[in-house]
Design a protein around this ligand. Structure first.
Ligand SMILES: Cc1cc2nc3c(=O)[nH]c(=O)nc-3n(C[C@H](O)[C@H](O)[C@H](O)COP(=O)(O)O)c2cc1C
Length: 739
């Protein structure tokens, strides 16, 4: 429900909301600009009487003194029969210059308030403000659901691409946008009489005054006791008319002052209602609160990006089979929980949802993070999940295990887990296996044992569907064929070969991506544009000739390096690694980028410990190359023989010299020392422990055997700190890219 409430009004209103936001950003700057040029005396320094006295000395025909919420003081006067307005210094009454409100700001304000369309435009602006309130509230519920709870919103989101950008920006801007939308809605609603306005705050015009000789304005008691910083407006009496009065409006109230006595003849304090309304206007405009204006402006700045990423997320969900006719958790007799990072599992889940609905089931689908506390009517629970990292949960399931602890299951609830993974990874579908065990331990009965789909195989998915149809007796036939990824043309421009003498042939291959037409096709087709934003640590999928199963290689470069670099070890009989090793400069291949945002150094200045062996150095070298901020970064790397397979040797030397790399420890197994990378970590145990104590993040890349040895050593190093790798992993401080 929240998604519909969020998306459809948002789609309809997006162009107008973007216009409102951009004009809002421009207007938000205005209070800060005004404030920066205004002279604001400290409180208690200047009274309105002093200001008025110095003004009349310079402007004998002054008619009005006005103080804007930002503190600028304007004198309106008539000279030679012509009206004029000057900005004056409130401390001296001296002229600063003519007051010339910006025509651009006025035009932008009209555009913001009414789209330059008078009354109809104002109604539209009001409706848009209300839509924005709806979007903020529905968005907040969706964010909380995605985060796995309201409090967990503070922790931020996992995942990648548009969805992550949308959620993170929304988290940052939510309060500012809600404030602008609520105050804007209120202002429109009072203007059109939908909400009552507080009673008029004007005192009645005095019927009688003393009619005596006017006092000098500087000696009037009512003005002497008013601080200039509380002034709104002082209107002078008509010249030569002793029966006319001064009209004074301040933050605290408004009144009329007798010229002869200098005392109020009428006065009315500002009512609470008026003060509230005034605050609402200030909270919307930032007038008098320039810092708030800038914060609201920053929040508004996110609206165009939120609109574009929101539409792209919706489109990609639709394309990957977003769920139609989703029943509520309370009504559903069948629940499908989805664990996905790259969204492809959603397509399979969408097909299952559609088939089960067609077979008469009342189906609820949701992310695994959105596991409800109970599904009171459900008898079937399906969990479809991918696996990431090294056997870890994908983004939409990162909090599932915590939430499962609170789950109340009814006795007749049966479950089945279908894992999506890739047998190239050492821990094939490990997260799905863990979920299966966790559900069984939580007391749920298995409908059937867990099954697994390798590399999004449509055949394996539909076989699972046939078994499911048999077990449940439901008439379902599953078929889903995910769209092939957008391919990138790559030309090999350079290669460096190592390790042949030590039976570890490894090549660093550098490709130039073809930035031609595909890029635009990808954009129009709403796919993430890999040429624009791939990072070291992401993967490239390459199919060797005559084989449609991709093999993945970690990227050693980022798109802004201008080249796509991989470090590939040729495996005995390896079809794809053999193919890549056979390439000569000028030859071309095709591949697709698989983002891997989970395997990157976190932003910030904490130390980073990079650990790798063999070709695992690829992404680590890419991270070091990107360390322009010179944060402490240490590399532990293991090879066989420094004369043969010392990968990236010259680059590492230059990174050490320019301090992108703080320290380097290498281990070579086929030398007299015969050492492995874990031995170097052991030797440096104290330093490593100290860095982890200081908040260091550890990133490990390489073969699964090496990763296991490193885990054992690091766990030992951590013992005195009373923590372990599992805890570091939970904090995102121990990351592995293992094959
Ligand atoms: C960085 C990365 C790590 C992965 N790790 C594993 C893994 O440890 N085990 C596994 O079986 N599959 C792994 N996979 C494969 C994905 O689980 C598989 O492609 C899945 O179909 C993706 O589904 P999704 O697009 O819904 O997230 C990994 C994929 C990537 C890109």
């Amino acid at each position: 429900m929240w998604r519909k409430l969020h998306f459809y009004p948002g789609l309809l209103a997006a162009p107008f909301l973007i216009l409102l936001a951009i004009t809002g950003v421009i207007l938000a700057v205005s209070p800060a600009l005004e404030r920066s040029s205004a002279v604001v005396p400290s409180d208690g320094m200047i009274s309105v009487a002093q200001l008025a006295q110095s003004v009349v000395e310079r402007y004998p025909s002054a008619e009005q003194i006005k103080r804007t919420p930002s503190g600028a003081v304007i004198v309106y006067y008539t000279r030679d029969g012509k009206p004029g307005a000057d900005l004056v210094n409130p401390e001296t009454g001296e002229t600063i210059g003519p007051y010339e409100p910006s025509a651009l700001f006025r035009w932008v304000k009209d555009l913001h308030r009414s789209f330059l369309l008078d009354e109809a435009g104002r109604v539209l602006a009001g409706v848009l403000a209300a839509i924005m309130v709806l979007m903020c509230i529905s968005g907040a519920f969706m964010l909380a659901r995605r985060a796995g709870g309201w409090l967990l919103l503070l922790r931020g989101f996992k995942g990648s691409g548009d969805s992550r950008v949308h959620s993170e920006l929304a988290r940052f801007a939510l309060i500012g946008l809600l404030l602008s939308a609520l105050t804007g809605s209120y202002m429109s609603a009072t203007r059109f009489g939908l909400l009552p306005e507080p009673a008029d705050n004007e005192p009645p015009f005095p019927m009688e005054v003393s009619d005596g000789e006017p006092l000098p304005v500087g000696s009037m008691e009512a003005l002497r006791s008013t601080d200039v910083n509380n002034l709104r407006e002082l209107v002078f009496p008509y010249p030569g008319d002793p029966r006319d009065v001064f009209s004074l409006s301040t933050r605290q109230g408004a009144g009329f002052i007798d010229q002869a006595t200098g005392q109020f003849v009428e006065y009315k304090s500002a009512s609470t209602g008026n003060q509230v309304v005034e605050w609402i206007v200030r909270l919307h405009t930032g007038e008098g609160l320039w810092w708030l204006g800038l914060l609201l402006g920053l929040a508004a700045l996110t609206v165009p990006v939120l609109s574009i990423t929101g539409i792209r997320v919706w489109w990609s969900r639709r394309a990957s089979g977003d769920v139609q006719d989703n029943a509520s958790p309370a009504d559903a007799d069948t629940v499908i929980l989805i664990g996905s990072e790259g969204n492809s599992t959603r397509g399979f889940a969408g097909d299952l949802h559609a088939q089960l609905s067609r077979a008469g089931r009342c189906v609820h689908s949701a992310d695994m993070n959105a596991l409800a506390e109970e599904y009171p009517r459900a008898s079937l629970l399906f969990v479809l999940t991918s696996t990431y990292g090294d056997g870890a949960a994908p983004a939409s399931a990162s909090r599932f295990m915590e939430k499962l602890a609170l789950f109340r299951c009814s006795t007749n609830l049966k479950f089945a887990v279908l894992g999506f993974g890739d047998r190239q990874f050492p821990r094939f579908c490990q997260f799905a296996k863990d979920v299966d065990v966790a559900l069984a331990s939580h007391g749920l009965a298995r409908l059937q044992s867990p099954a697994f789909v390798d590399q999004k195989s449509p055949e394996q998915f539909s076989q699972w569907g046939s078994r499911l149809a048999e077990v449940t007796g439901l008439n379902i036939r599953l078929s889903h064929n995910p769209a092939p990824p957008a391919l990138l043309d790559l030309e090999l421009v350079d290669r460096a070969d190592f390790g042949v003498e030590v039976e570890a042939p490894t090549s660093i291959l550098r490709f130039r991506p073809d930035a031609g037409t595909k890029r635009w096709i990808n954009r129009v087709g709403n796919k993430r544009d890999p040429l624009v934003d791939f990072h070291a640590g992401d993967l490239i999928g390459v199919c060797p000739p005559g084989d449609d199963k991709p093999r993945y290689y970690s990227l050693a470069s980022s798109s802004d390096d201008g080249l796509l670099e991989i470090c590939v070890r040729r495996l005995p009989g390896g079809k794809c690694s053999g193919f890549l090793h056979g390439l000569q400069p000028g030859e071309r291949i095709q591949g697709f980028i698989q983002p891997n945002p989970e395997f990157r150094p976190a932003p910030g200045s904490h130390p980073v410990i990079l650990i790798g062996a063999g070709a695992g150095i690829g992404p680590l070298a890419g991270f070091i190359r990107k360390n322009d901020a010179r944060h402490p970064m240490y590399l532990y790397w293991g090879g066989r023989d420094p004369h043969s397979d010392y990968l990236y040797r010259p680059e590492l030397g230059s990174y050490l010299r320019d301090q992108r790399l703080t320290g380097l420890r290498t281990a070579f197994s086929r030398t007299r020392e015969s050492a492995y990378v874990q031995d170097k970590l052991n030797e440096d145990a104290q330093n490593v422990r100290k860095m982890i104590e200081m908040g260091a993040q550890v990133l490990v890349c390489g073969g699964s055997g090496m990763a296991a040895e490193v885990r054992a050593v690091i766990n030992n190093i951590l013992k005195p700190l009373k923590t372990d790798i599992e805890s570091l992993k939970q904090e995102g401080r121990y990351l592995e890219d293992v094959y």
